[in-house]
Design a protein around this ligand. Structure first.
Ligand SMILES: [Zn+2]
Length: 474
């Protein structure tokens, strides 16, 4: 078994203080062996794509799409059937315009056909199962190849390299994930020398803890911040008044869109570039900013992006908003082809980027990240922070939060057939754990949750005046 696989297996069973005392041994292993062959193969392959000409990149994408369509038609019962129903075969695919002959799929279709979308001959036990909440408020589970996590990590490292990041760089982690010392001891921070990660609890960002966080940052000197922009801003407010005896090299923003104002403020306080990227748990698209621009450069080998209008027509002109429909290339176990993400974007209006990459570029991406809930002490929780991407939502068809009072929220749930009372208990327990008991949750089981007036699903029906609450915190 490879070293990296052994480490991943035993990691959770070894106390952190032991891991921290032997972590230096890991960094004595030559870099090419340290992260395993899957990681390095993927990482090196990406570097070789850096200088593709526009023509080469287009041909490369068409080839990947052709292979994906043929493979799905031959080996995945769902696609064989759905292509036959509309009377199209992969032989009719010659250019990206031909994609429009193939049917689009969405979350409902994937949920109803999950078993038929898995490659023939594969057993579910051989695969990873991940769940995502996405844009529509309905949880979705998909199966993925086990190697996908390491490959994904190679992509993430590859795009972060544009900020000077390397696989050995250290990070301050400001995400919603419950880290080990929080779970075991209720501690609001943790240093992991093996991963070179200083994690801090973004649900407990009160003044005394913010002071503690600053001291830990000054002690462990993480080079980059990796987390939610909304949380990083809270830290910046504190640092602005206190000063910090440490300089970050960059801010790696995830899971939430970053507004121009947020970006400007964080960069002013930390004097480091904010770098944002777009991706999905379903492994559909990887798109990231570059050294010269804040537009999203789509990685051609990860997934193909189409924009479509409300009638399903492809949009290729810049300046017209459309829904992102994506075909992911990484997952061979359960491929998603022409998947409607619910996110809205438009193509870049500039012909070339100063970085020289020929990647197709999205000017901006709107979607899932606007809504927040307010905790008892005024802490803001985005849905990304609460993280609805876990198995406790497996039996939930749709959900929507409704908040009228700080620290309290109701959660409407449209249950799936298998939903039981124990599911409600698990959901409430997880929200308490994630928010550090900042939110009291009452679950209402309902038959349906209607769409909002704009035709979009609203995951948080927020009746509080958010700006006012926000001012109260600072
Ligand atoms: Zn660029």
């Amino acid at each position: 078994m490879k070293l990296v696989n052994i480490l991943l297996k035993v990691y959770n069973y070894i106390p952190l203080f032991i891991l921290n005392s032997v972590a230096f041994l890991f960094y004595m292993i030559p870099e090419k062996y340290r992260y395993g062959s899957v990681f390095w193969r993927q990482y090196s392959g990406l570097i070789s794509q850096r200088n593709l000409t526009e023509r080469q990149r287009e041909m490369y994408e068409v080839n990947l799409l052709r292979k994906k369509l043929s493979d799905a038609y031959e080996n995945i019962p769902f696609y064989n059937n759905s292509f036959n129903i509309v009377g199209v075969t992969p032989a009719e695919f010659n250019s990206v315009l031909d994609l429009s002959k193939f049917p689009v799929i969405d979350k409902d279709i994937v949920r109803s056909n999950c078993d038929k979308m898995i490659r023939r001959g594969l057993l579910k036990d051989e695969l990873d199962y991940v769940t995502t909440s996405g844009t529509t408020g309905q949880a979705l589970g998909v199966y993925q190849d086990k190697s996908i996590l390491m490959r994904e990590w190679a992509y993430v490292n590859y795009i972060w390299k544009r900020t000077g990041y390397s696989p050995d760089s250290s990070r301050l982690i400001m995400r919603g994930k419950v880290f080990r010392e929080k779970k075991l001891k209720g501690q609001c921070w943790q240093w992991d020398a093996l991963k070179r990660e200083l994690s801090i609890d973004v649900f407990a960002m009160k003044n005394d803890n913010l002071e503690l966080y600053c001291k830990k940052i000054e002690k462990y000197k993480p080079q980059y911040i990796h987390g939610y922009a909304s949380a990083i801003i809270v830290l910046c407010h504190y640092i602005e008044k206190r000063n910090l005896n440490h300089k970050f090299l960059g801010v790696l923003a995830v899971s939430e869109s970053v507004t121009t104002e947020q970006r400007g403020y964080i960069e002013k306080v930390l004097k480091a570039r904010v770098f944002s990227f777009y991706g999905h748990t379903e492994r559909l698209v990887m798109a990231a900013e570059c050294e010269n621009s804040t537009e999203y450069h789509i990685e051609p080998s990860y997934g193909f992006v189409e924009l479509i209008d409300s009638k399903g027509n492809q949009i290729w002109e810049p300046g017209i908003r459309g829904e992102i429909v994506a075909t992911g290339f990484l997952n061979t176990a359960m491929p998603l082809i022409r998947y409607k993400t619910g996110d809205i974007a438009e193509w870049s209006e500039t012909a070339e980027c100063a970085c020289g990459r020929t990647h197709r570029r999205l000017k901006s991406i709107e979607g899932r990240w606007k809504d927040v809930l307010i905790g008892k002490s005024g802490t803001k929780f985005s849905l990304a922070a609460i993280n609805m991407h876990t198995r406790v939502y497996d039996n939930v068809l749709k959900y929507q939060f409704c908040q009228e009072k700080m620290g309290e929220t109701s959660l409407k749930i449209v249950p799936a057939q298998k939903y039981k009372n124990i599911d409600s208990e698990k959901i409430i327990e997880q929200i308490y754990e994630k928010t550090g008991n900042e939110l009291n949750v009452k679950i209402d089981i309902v038959e349906d949750i209607p769409l909002g007036a704009n035709g979009k699903f609203c995951m948080i029906n927020q009746k509080l005046k958010i700006d006012k609450c926000w001012e109260e915190i600072f």
